[in-house]
Design a protein around this ligand. Structure first.
Ligand code: NI
Length: 138
């Protein structure tokens, strides 16, 4: 573990009570670990706001018998091969499939790819989950 520095901070009681409730609801028992994770989360959000290289996953739920959809989804993934690191396909039942994509690149590009996938006819749901390459997170 890197050098740890002890800090004290001033916080008003209602805000501290709120922090403790959020911590407990999130399953944290260690206040320091909670604060460290809040800071890391803020760093990831800033990377996304400032369009710095990031990591993301996109989950796409779709009906595989929609005419032309599977070809279209494959075409889109080839077009964005520079950002898409990995794709996995799951046959959920007789009609529905899900694909999970892992992407790396500028957040504006990754959001654009998610939007492109989402708007295809036959896509029932598409969700972007944002993360980080971790290079800037201590
Ligand atoms: Ni399938």
């Amino acid at each position: 573990m890197p050098d740890l520095v002890r800090v004290s901070l001033a916080i008003d009681k209602p805000l501290l009570a709120r922090l403790e409730r959020i911590m407990a609801a999130s399953g944290y028992t260690n206040r320091s670990e909670f604060i460290r994770d809040v800071v890391r989360e803020q760093m990831v959000q800033r990377d996304w706001q400032e369009d710095r290289e990031a990591l993301a996953t996109i989950t796409v739920l779709f009906k595989h018998d929609q005419r032309g959809l599977c070809d279209k989804l494959t075409d889109l993934q080839h077009h964005h091969h520079k950002e898409i690191l990995f794709t996995s396909h799951v046959h959920l039942d007789e009609e529905r499939c899900a694909e999970v994509l892992v992407l790396r690149g500028r957040p504006s590009r990754l959001s654009h790819i998610a939007d492109e996938l989402k708007k295809q006819k036959g896509v029932l749901h598409a969700a972007l989950s944002v993360s980080s390459t971790g290079r800037r997170i201590p």
